[in-house]
Ligand binder design. Structure first.
Ligand code: DX5
Ligand code: ZN
Length: 215
């Protein structure tokens, strides 16, 4: 089943409760929360206190994407805040396996992401312990960028690797997803599609979510 996880980076930060209710009503499957530290990526967004506040006002699973250099240091905060999925980056400074194990042992779904220039092969050794893989289809840091075409091949390669090693692991993609390119991404093997501007920028958000998911 294909899922859509709208990125609240494109929401109105003064009205997050309203925008999360809107996403629920519009049929979103999860809410994607982009956490940036101004170091791993050149932008600062939100931290665990905001995730904790969001947890109180929505039933949507919280899909927390940590674009931070030192996830180890803040992990307990994001776990306690009520994250359902926690994604860390392979390129961060934490010991990857230990950090993923910590996420799992807290009963949270563990996910690992790679940036566009990191090869899919680095994921292989972690796949048996992953609930989800996140393939970045733009350079992380900002919403509203265009999908990088060579990343389509990486989605296919990841699909093949997941099917071979751990078919239960979900394949999520993030960055530049639109109503137009979603069908190709799904054909390539994506199962969870993050979409910020394509959902929040649409005049009919329910329609945009349904169209991205393929209804
Ligand atoms: C980029 C973030 C994405 C971003 C997606 O660093 O990880 O989640 O908000 O936004 P769009 O869909 O607008 O590319
Ligand atoms: Zn993201």
């Amino acid at each position: 089943m294909i899922q859509v996880s709208p990125s609240i980076l494109s929401a109105d930060f003064a009205n997050l409760e309203r925008d999360l209710s809107m996403l629920e009503e519009c049929g979103a499957d999860m809410a994607h929360v982009d956490v940036m530290d101004g170091h791993f990526v050149p932008n600062l967004t939100i931290g665990a206190p905001v995730v904790k506040a969001l947890r109180k006002v929505t039933k949507l699973p919280l899909d927390v994407h940590l674009m931070i250099s030192d996830p180890d240091r803040y992990l307990d905060d994001f776990i306690k805040a009520g994250s359902d999925y926690i994604t860390i980056h392979e390129e961060c400074n934490a010991p990857i396996r230990e950090t993923l194990e910590r996420i799992r042992s807290a009963g949270v779904k563990a996910s690992l992401s790679i940036k566009p220039n990191t090869p899919v092969s680095v994921l292989e050794e972690y796949l048996p312990i992953l609930d989800m893989v996140l393939i970045m289809t733009v350079e992380p840091g900002f919403g509203g960028q265009s999908f990088i075409p060579f990343c389509m091949e990486k989605i296919k390669e990841t699909r093949e690797m997941i099917d071979r090693i751990n078919p239960k692991c979900l394949l999520e993609i993030d960055g530049g997803v639109t109503v137009q390119n979603a069908p190709d991404c799904i054909r390539a093997g994506a199962e969870v599609l993050v979409a910020g501007s394509a959902v929040f920028g649409a005049s009919d958000r329910a329609e945009a979510i349904a169209a991205i998911r393929g209804r």
